[in-house]
Design a protein around this ligand. Sequence first.
Ligand code: PGA
Length: 248
Amino acid sequence: MTRRVLIAGNWKMNLLRAEGEALAAALAENFAADGAADMLVCPPATLIAPVAAVLHGSAVSVGGQDCHMKPSGAHTGDVAAAMIKDLGGSYVIVGHSERRADHDESDATVKAKAEAALSAGLVPIVCVGETEAERDAGKAEAVVESQIRGSLPDGATETGIVIAYEPVWAIGTGRTPTIDDIASMHAHMRKVAASMLGGADALRLLYGGSVKPGNAVEILGLADVDGALVGGASLKAEDFLAIATAAG
Ligand code: PGA
């Protein structure tokens, strides 16, 4: 089974319009569609439209960082999945640990958001990952398994969703799990997902947390790692392109 690698950039709450357009233009110009990887950027909601305009006709896709669980309605400040789709988005991140922490999002909330994404025709990137205390207590695999079981949307298919493993303690810290820990976690995730989906050979599993050009070759070389979700290093075109090149 060949799974196309997905290199996804999570810009988080960064960049004003001109900066986002410049970054998108640098990626569009330098990323070739004929490589081994797909490239995606997830700007803040305010920049999805201008970034999509810059990326139009390029090999780089655009997505959102979050969506509401409802299709529309009285939810001040929120963004519906269909609105992301309407601006040219094809993916949306759901359940990022910063949203789980800052907005108290439970697995049930994340699952409902992923279902809203599927209904709108977006591919949800469902994020899971243990805290440092949970890893130290030997519970990392159990925590991630329970997040997957609670967060995967009904109606998910192997190619219709993506799961990203992002240990909370590795995000923005410069620290990563050992390569063996990433490998065994991803193998476990594939087993868990297969039991829910009836198979997971085609499912893409991303690793996220302090991915940089310097560690991307080793991480992306693992059999069950099908891409990366990149925060800090996705804000510099040179670094993000180098990570995509590391995908082979
Ligand atoms: P980081 O963030 O690459 O800056 O560690 C990853 C993420 O939060 O998606």
